[in-house]
Every structure is written in structure tokens, then in C-alpha cells.
Design a protein around this ligand. Structure first.
Ligand code: HAS
Length: 545
């Protein structure tokens, strides 16, 4: 990787970690407010803080880290030309300018609409324009990645593409297809409404288009973590990839099933036929399968590597894992968190159980295990080697040990916070709400201890964030100069060869589009027909925001 390339990849990563610091501080403020023992100073609004937290962590940190990481993977495996690198910069600046515009509107208090920006909550038009730029910037990155792979394929006719490049392109194909939904909604629906050009908005249509995008969004976060699990972790533990074909198949299944499932976020909404909710719940259970394949594959890699190193017994192979190497431990803790996180997801997706947990803080507990632990700890695990690799420095033993402390602090803070959220959710505690004693009701009094536990867990997490930002600064600017490995594993010698049909892009995209049309055509037609202009509550006039 050249210096010029490193500069591009690192720029994305710097923005991601600045976002972590700002978003983390907002998270701390929220848990303190919700504990009932703290009020925000200077008239700052709770929902403004919550919007900064969600937008900056769920949208900015993730997207910037992912695109920087994926560019690095593509550069390493298939190469990047000068022209592609220049387009990479265009992507970076478009996204950064968009972020700055959106952030300004939130800080001015003109966009306290949370990261899902549900209508009829209305933000300043610049909020949506900024977000649109972030998405357009990410599309530029997607096309550069597709072009990188195409150029490589032309030079290597008949060869199977490098696994990581294949995975990046699947993730970006999914992202491109799903973000068209939110782009259509924002450009033709929300921006004209926020500018006052159209008198009302079809609330249900805007929510349905949001979740058409919003669910694949969570897999857009997850798949880069899976890239690290499948192709990088085996190298770090001294092993090999269990099966290249299995890894590719699981990514293809994510492409199929990530998108036609958005209605599982809308199970309690009227105006959508339950048949289609049921169909999308079934498809949601299909998207669990590639995660189970991933779990199987990780266990296989760990066990085969351990046994090859001579560790016997039923679980003896666990001993060989590098328990003191933070590049392994941080993602491993992420994997552990995904066991309850994924189980919680299956509960959410089950229609009847969803009615118990929907809009409670249980859901917040779910996504702090999945995105804020599984994904984020894996990204930290990547940062420990990627940053020094790109900046020409090394991960020293002392930074590694600090990283281990960081990981344990994160695990402890998140266990306390997320467990308390799950329990409080089952007791009916609402999500996305400022502190209230709800008129002194007995039920709200029951929640007090859990809110306190969240404040304790959240404070530990904030300390862990400060530590992480310190480690990142150290790795980027102060660690000793040297060479850090870019660990990419090879496949097991005796694995089944990868069949070439797995690279049949046209077929995969056609199946994806067919599934989307099947799952969404009737629901969208219903939403439009059931809510002709001027029919509240679905068609909402301006002024009620
Ligand atoms: Fe979710 C809500 C269903 C996965 C994120 N989810 C959310 C929201 C977010 C989110 C942010 O159906 C809130 C959105 C909002 O603001 O309203 N989710 C699922 C399902 C899965 C799932 C079925 N979610 C994720 C992931 C996320 C994420 C991943 C982020 C990265 N989720 C829902 C539903 C809702 C929802 C409903 C709406 C709730 C409502 O009512 O509002 C599945 O993908 C989960 C499958 C995963 C597994 C786990 C496999 C385990 C693995 C680890 C193996 C461990 C190893 C290590 C190898 C089945 C792969 C062990 C080694 C040893 C030695 C022990």
C-alpha cells in the first residue's frame, strides 16, 4: 500500500474516530439524563443530543470506517489506480461535506428528528440534503470498488476473484440497491415537503421506504465485520479459512435476504397487510441462516487450527487461541456478544413477541449488542493492525495491553448497560424518551434501578471510548516506526474448490431484485392507495411536526 493510498484510507478512519468521541459523549449525557439524576445544562434538548448520538454513531462512524476499511481491502487485494484513488477522494469529500451540513443543522437545534428521521417529525431541509450527500459519496465509493474488481477480472480471465474483494462488492451492491429507497424518499418526498413545496407527506410511505433501506443498513454494518472474521481472524490465530465457498455463499445469501425484510420494523403499524408482514418475517428468518453459517465456520476455523497445533479433547483446542492478542480478543468478544444479540433479533422478528418488545428499550439493548459491540469491537480489532499498517508504525506490546483493557472495559460496560436495557424493556420501559416518572406510577418506579445501571454501564463505556481514541492517536502518530502486517488468510488445503458459479453477478442481482419486487410491490401499492393525499393520519399536513 503506497503513501498516497494510505492517506485516503486513513482520512475515512480519522473521521470515524472523531465521530466516536462526539457520539460517545452524547451517549453518556443520555444515560445520565435517563437515570433521573442529571439535567442537561444551558437548555440543551434531550432529543437534540439523542439525534447527534444516533446520526454520528449509527450513520457517520460506521459508514466512514466501513468505506475506509473496504478501500484498504480492495487496494490490498485487487489494487487501485490513480484515477480510482482520485475518485476515492471525491467520495470522501462529498461524504464529509454532507456530514458537516447535517451536523450543523442538528447543533443549531433545527433537526431533532433522531437518526430515523420519521415523518411527520420535520427537520430543516439542509439536514436531509447533507444526508443525501453522504449517500451520494458512498455511491461513488461503491462504483470505484466495482471498477477495481472489474479491472482485476479483465487482467485475470477465468480466475476466481480474491475473497475480500468479492465480499466488498457484495456489500456495496446491497448498499446501492437499498439506499435507492431512502434516496427516492428523501429527494422526491421529504425534501420537497420540508421546503414547503408540497403540502403534506404520506407518513407510512416514508417509513416504509426508510425501512426498505434501514434493515439492509444493519447488514451493511455487519458484513465488514464478517469480512474480518472470515478472512483476517484465521490468519491472526495462525490458521486458515475454513471454506472460501461457504464464505461467498453466505455473502450471496445476505445480498438476497437483507432487503426484502424491512416490514419487521413495522409489525405494529396499521395500513400494511398482515400477510405481507408474515412473508417478510419468514424472509427475516432466512437472513438468520448466513449468520448461523458464519458461526459454524468460525467454530470450525478455531477447532481445526487448535487440533493442528496438537491440542486435543472436546474443548482443548480453545487453549491455542491467542488470548493476549488484542487483534483477536476484541473481535472475539464481538462474536460472543452476537450470540445473545442475534437471539434477541430472532425474538424481535417473531411477530407476537415483537408486540411485547417493540418501542421499548429492549430494542435499544438489542442494537447495542449487535452494532455497538459485535460490529464496533470488530472494527476496533481491525484498527489495531490497520492503522499502524497504514501509518508505517507498529502495535507495541504496551498498546496491545491497553487495547485488552479497552476491550474488557467495553465488555463490562456494555454487559451492564445492555442487560439493564433488555430487562427494563420487558418491564415496559419505553425507548427514545426523556426521563419522566410518568406521574409517579408504580410501573415507572420499577424502572429506576435499571436506568441507574444503564448510567453506570454507559459511564464505563465512555471511559472505554476515551481510551480507544487515545490508542488510535498513539497508533497513528506516536507509536514506534516499523512495519505492521496486513493479515489476510489463505484457504485450508483440503477445502472444496470454490465453484465458479458463485461469481455469477448477473444472476445474484436478478434474484435480489425479484425478491424485492415480490416482497414490496403490494405493500407499497397498499400504502399509496390507502393514503390518498389529505387523509390523516397517514397523509400529514405541514405544521403538525
Ligand atoms: Fe436487529 C431492530 C431483527 C441483527 C441492528 N436491529 C434493530 C435496530 C437496530 C438493529 C439498530 O425483526 C433498531 C432500529 C430502530 O432504530 O428502530 N436483527 C434482527 C434479526 C437479526 C438482527 C432477526 N440487528 C441485527 C444486526 C444489527 C442490528 C446484525 C446491527 C449490526 N432487529 C430485528 C427486528 C428489529 C430490530 C425485528 C425491530 C424491532 C422493533 O420492534 O423495533 C439477525 O440478523 C440476527 C442473526 C444472528 C445470529 C447470531 C449468530 C452468531 C454468531 C456469533 C458466533 C460466535 C462465535 C464465537 C463463533 C443468529 C455469528 C463463540 C466461540 C466460543 C468458543 C463460545
Amino acid at each position: 500500500i503506497t503513501k498516497q493510498e494510505s492517506r485516503l484510507y486513513m482520512s475515512f478512519i480519522y473521521v470515524a474516530f472523531i465521530a466516536l468521541l462526539i457520539g460517545g459523549l452524547m451517549g453518556l449525557l443520555q444515560v445520565l439524563v435517563r437515570s433521573g439524576h442529571f439535567t442537561l445544562p444551558a437548555g440543551i434538548d434531550y432529543y437534540q443530543v439523542l439525534t447527534v448520538h444516533g446520526v454520528i454513531l449509527a450513520l457517520v462512524l460506521t459508514t466512514f470506517f466501513i468505506i475506509g476499511f473496504q478501500f484498504a481491502l480492495m487496494g490490498k487485494t485487487v489494487g487501485i489506480s490513480d484515477r480510482q484513488r482520485r475518485l476515492g477522494w471525491l467520495s470522501f469529500w462529498t461524504m464529509t461535506i454532507g456530514t458537516a451540513i447535517t451536523a450543523t443543522t442538528i447543533l443549531l437545534g433545527k433537526a431533532s428528528v433522531l437518526y430515523t428521521f420519521y415523518a411527520p417529525l420535520q427537520a430543516h431541509p439542509a439536514f436531509y440534503i447533507g444526508l443525501t450527500l453522504v449517500i451520494v459519496g458512498s455511491w461513488i465509493a461503491a462504483f470505484v470498488n466495482f471498477h477495481q474488481l472489474a479491472v482485476w477480472k479483465k487482467k485475470h480471465p477465468g480466475e476466481k476473484s480474491p475473497l475480500l474483494a468479492f465480499m466488498v462488492c457484495i456489500n456495496m451492491a446491497m448498499w446501492l440497491i437499498c439506499s435507492i429507497g431512502v434516496a427516492v424518499s428523501v429527494l422526491f418526498h421529504i425534501i420537497p415537503w420540508s421546503l414547503g413545496w408540497i403540502p403534506s407527506i404520506n407518513v407510512l410511505l416514508s417509513r416504509t421506504l426508510f425501512w426498505y433501506f434501514g434493515h439492509p443498513l444493519v447488514y451493511f454494518w455487519l458484513l465488514p465485520a464478517y469480512m474480518a472474521w472470515y478472512a483476517i481472524i484465521p490468519k491472526i490465530i495462525g490458521g486458515k479459512i475454513f471454506s472460501d465457498a461457504l464464505a461467498r455463499l453466505s455473502f450471496v445469501l445476505f445480498l438476497f435476504f437483507s432487503i426484502p425484510v424491512g416490514l419487521h420494523h413495522q409489525l405494529t403499524e396499521p395500513g400494511l397487510d398482515s400477510t405481507w408482514k408474515f412473508i417478510q418475517v419468514v424472509l427475516t428468518l432466512m437472513v438468520v441462516i448466513p449468520s448461523l453459517m458464519t458461526a459454524f465456520s468460525m467454530f470450525a476455523t478455531f477447532e481445526i487450527t487448535g487440533r493442528k497445533k496438537g491440542y486435543g479433547g472436546l474443548f482443548g483446542w480453545l487453549k491455542h487461541l491467542p488470548w493476549k492478542d488484542v487483534r483477536f480478543v476484541a473481535p472475539f468478544v464481538g462474536m460472543l456478544a452476537f450470540i445473545p444479540g442475534g437471539a434477541g433479533g430472532i425474538i424481535n422478528a417473531s411477530h407476537q413477541m415483537n408486540s411485547l418488545v417493540h418501542n421499548t428499550i429492549w430494542v435499544t439493548g438489542h442494537f447495542h449488542l449487535t452494532v455497538a459491540t459485535t460490529v464496533v469491537l470488530t472494527f476496533f480489532g481491525v484498527a489495531y493492525w490497520l492503522i499502524p499498517h497504514l501509518t508505517g508504525r507498529t502495535l507495541t506490546k504496551s498498546i496491545n495491553n491497553l487495547g485488552l483493557v479497552q476491550t474488557y472495559l467495553w465488555a463490562i460496560g456494555m454487559t451492564i448497560m445492555s442487560a439493564a436495557m433488555h430487562i427494563q424493556g420487558l418491564l415496559g420501559g419505553p425507548r427514545r424518551s426523556n426521563f419522566s416518572d410518568y406521574g409517579g406510577t408504580e410501573q415507572a418506579a420499577e424502572w429506576g434501578w435499571y436506568q441507574l445501571a444503564q448510567a453506570i454501564g454507559g459511564s464505563i463505556l465512555f471511559i472505554a471510548i476515551i481510551l480507544m481514541v487515545y490508542i488510535v492517536a498513539k497508533l497513528a502518530f506516536f507509536a514506534p516506526k516499523g512495519e505492521e502486517e496486513f493479515p489476510i488468510a489463505e484457504e485450508e488445503e483440503n477445502a472444496e474448490p470454490t465453484p465458479m458459479w458463485l461469481e455469477n453477478w448477473k444472476l445474484w442481482i436478478a434474484i435480489t431484485i425479484a425478491l424485492i419486487l415480490f416482497a414490496y410491490t403490494v405493500p407499497i401499492m397498499d400504502v399509496i392507495q390507502n393514503a390518498p393525499p389529505g387523509s390523516p393520519p397517514f397523509d400529514w399536513p405541514i405544521g403538525n411536526s
